[in-house]
Design a protein around this ligand. Structure first.
Ligand code: LLP
Length: 421
């Protein structure tokens, strides 16, 4: 558990009192249990090491990035995935070894390709036919690439975060011949070296079936087409627990299962086992993060609904509105029994601005209390917006009773910094 009540009934995270933190630094604020982030990274390393296969691990920075997060990933021996010039810039500014960075994206711009080449990144993940030509044209020496294939597999997850199904905008379809076309084109280039194959079938996936099935499709195709590779990148997508309804992907049993199936398939096909790679984002940071809010207005509509409004909203918490995602909240400054079901609402001018539709909270909740919304470490800060000119929250890493600020709260001045007067 990321947070627990202390003897005074106040919520703490690894020795830091969250009420004191909220009082001192304001709200909304996202706090991370730094040890828990590191522990997730170490669990993946330990499991792969035990599986005894050549492997590498990357962190998908889209889940949450900032200079300190990038540094942490480097310290934990993770490579880094980026999908935009901004994510790459953040990594470079953090001093991350560029040769351990991979550039993704279904529509990389010319500027991004040039910027990535100038910075000597590790590899590009090719996601379109015309990208092959573009990279070849801009490159002046050999550049490693992976080809993102579309396996035509439907992962069991929310439609918006499925990415491996046939009509997905991502990857090049094996079944429809685009992957073969890409391989031929890559071979014809002057600078591109096909280092490997990549797939990513979706996000928040609880079991191993989709990944195993996809790996099989990909390996069969590689054997059939006589393509040898150095690296097979299985993408990310491992699930986390938001509420009791979710099952977090079991790293210790799931990873060995995937690895064993890939090994077996390679043996059956008499195909050399490539180095394996995964690129989790959510499962590294989601459960380690908690958002602190201050309670404001409470609107009790008799026999209809009770709204507990907080000082943030869909500007820092879009996943409820966007995916119908569910969360749990806890009262920070009192451990009263959660005896009531209420709606936790944001303060933005939109009915859909709900944080939790049915939250279990104590009926004693009142203005001035603090709430902690759990499992908000992934795709929260990174998806935050300035809608309603809301300022982006501050972010802290907590470890051994110490809180260090890793992102300052956005200032009012920053909201208008690009406005022309
Ligand atoms: N690799 C690729 C190529 C990806 O597209 C993604 C996520 C990942 C790795 C990391 O997946 P993860 O381990 O975090 O599931 N905004 C959505 C999630 C979008 C995921 C996009 N791609 C959400 O809030 O659920």
């Amino acid at each position: 558990m990321t947070v627990e009540y202390n003897q005074y009934g106040e919520l703490t995270m690894d020795g830091t009192n969250l009420k004191v933190l909220a009082q001192s630094f304001g709200t909304p604020t996202i706090v991370y249990d730094e040890k828990q982030i590191r522990n997730q990274m170490r669990r993946y390393h330990d499991t792969f090491q035990k599986s005894n296969v050549p492997y590498e691990l990357s962190y998908a920075s889209k889940a949450f990035t900032c200079i300190q997060m990038v540094k942490l990933a480097e310290e934990e021996n993770f490579e880094l995935d980026v999908v935009s010039m901004g994510e790459l810039y953040t990594a470079i500014e953090a001093g991350f070894d560029p040769t351990r960075i991979h550039f993704h994206g279904n529509n990389k711009t010319k500027e991004e390709i040039q910027y990535a080449l100038d910075n000597n990144i590790g590899y590009f993940v090719i996601d379109a036919l015309d990208e092959i030509e573009m990279i070849d044209e801009y490159a002046s020496s050999k550049v490693d690439v992976l080809l993102r294939v579309n396996p035509g597999v439907e992962a069991h997850t929310h439609e918006f975060i499925q990415t491996g199904q046939e009509k997905s905008k991502f990857g090049l379809s094996i079944k429809h011949g685009l992957a073969d076309k890409a391989i031929t084109q890559i071979k014809e280039t002057k600078h591109l070296n096909l280092k490997g194959i990549h797939f990513h079938i979706g996000s928040q996936i609880e079991d191993t079936t989709g990944m195993i099935e996809t790996a099989k499709i990909v390996l069969n195709w590689l054997k059939e087409e006589n393509i040898e590779i150095e690296l097979l990148n299985l993408g990310g997508g491992f699930s986390v627990q938001y509420t009791e309804k979710d099952t977090a992907f079991n790293i210790e049993t799931g990873i060995p299962e995937i690895v064993e199936n890939i090994k077996k398939q390679c043996e059956a096909l008499d195909y050399p086992l490539p180095k394996l790679s995964i690129e989790p984002g959510r499962s590294i940071v989601a459960e380690a993060g908690v958002t602190l809010y201050e309670v404001g207005t409470i609107k009790d509509i008799p026999d209809v609904n009770k709204y507990v409004s907080v000082d943030g909203g869909m500007s820092d918490h879009i996943r409820t509105a966007l995916y119908g995602a569910e969360y749990k909240a806890m009262l920070v400054n009192r451990d009263d029994v959660a005896d009531e079901t209420v709606t936790v609402a944001g303060k933005l001018c939109e009915s859909g601005d709900i944080i939790i539709h049915e939250a279990k909270l104590p009926s004693s909740v009142k203005r001035g209390d603090y709430l902690a919304v759990l499992s908000t470490g992934a795709y929260h800060y990174s998806m935050a917006s300035n809608y309603n000119q809301m300022q982006k929250p501050a972010v802290f890493f907590i470890s051994d009773g110490k809180a260090r600020e890793v992102i300052k709260r956005q200032s009012l001045r920053q909201l208008i910094i690009n406005d022309v007067k």
